[in-house]
Design a protein around this ligand. Structure first.
Ligand code: HEC
Length: 113
């Protein structure tokens, strides 16, 4: 009986610490995630999305950059607002679990053979 309580408590604790993610895309399951699933995995892996962090301005800038240079299609304003809300809520700079990756210019040179 007591063991069952401890187990239930553990389950609760881990549920609050770890957000549920979609096993296929790795996207955190939260309001708006299906839009990100639909719009943001067509050209590159969703991992490119989930590996970035930023505020609303960062995500908007990234979307505009892709629209201007990478042929990302126009997204209806209402959907775009939901996508940015989702991204800033789940992938904000405050959520960096570790330092950002080093830029390629700071990495050691690869030996070519
Ligand atoms: C029409 C194709 C296309 C779609 C759809 C698309 N992207 Fe991209 N995105 C690209 C390309 C191309 C790159 C550059 C990939 C590279 O550098 O390897 C990129 C890069 C990125 C990057 C990395 C930017 C950086 O500075 O390194 C992020 C983050 C990103 N996309 C997020 C998104 C999000 C969020 C969506 C959905 C709203 C999305 N992408 C949809 C084409 C697309």
């Amino acid at each position: 009986m007591r063991a069952a309580c401890a187990l239930a408590l553990l389950c609760c604790l881990s549920a609050t610490v770890q957000a549920e993610t979609d096993p296929r895309t790795g996207l955190i399951i939260d309001e708006g995630w299906t839009l990100v699933n639909a719009h943001c995995g067509a050209c590159h892996s969703h991992a490119l999305v989930t590996s970035q962090r930023g505020d609303a301005a960062f995500w908007l800038k990234t979307i505009r950059w892709m629209q201007q240079t990478q042929k990302l299609w126009p997204i209806p304003a209402e959907q775009e607002a939901q996508i940015i809300d989702y991204l800033k809520r789940n992938y904000s700079e405050a959520d960096w679990g570790r330092r950002p990756p080093l830029p390629p210019s700071l990495m050691p040179q690869q030996e070519t053979q």
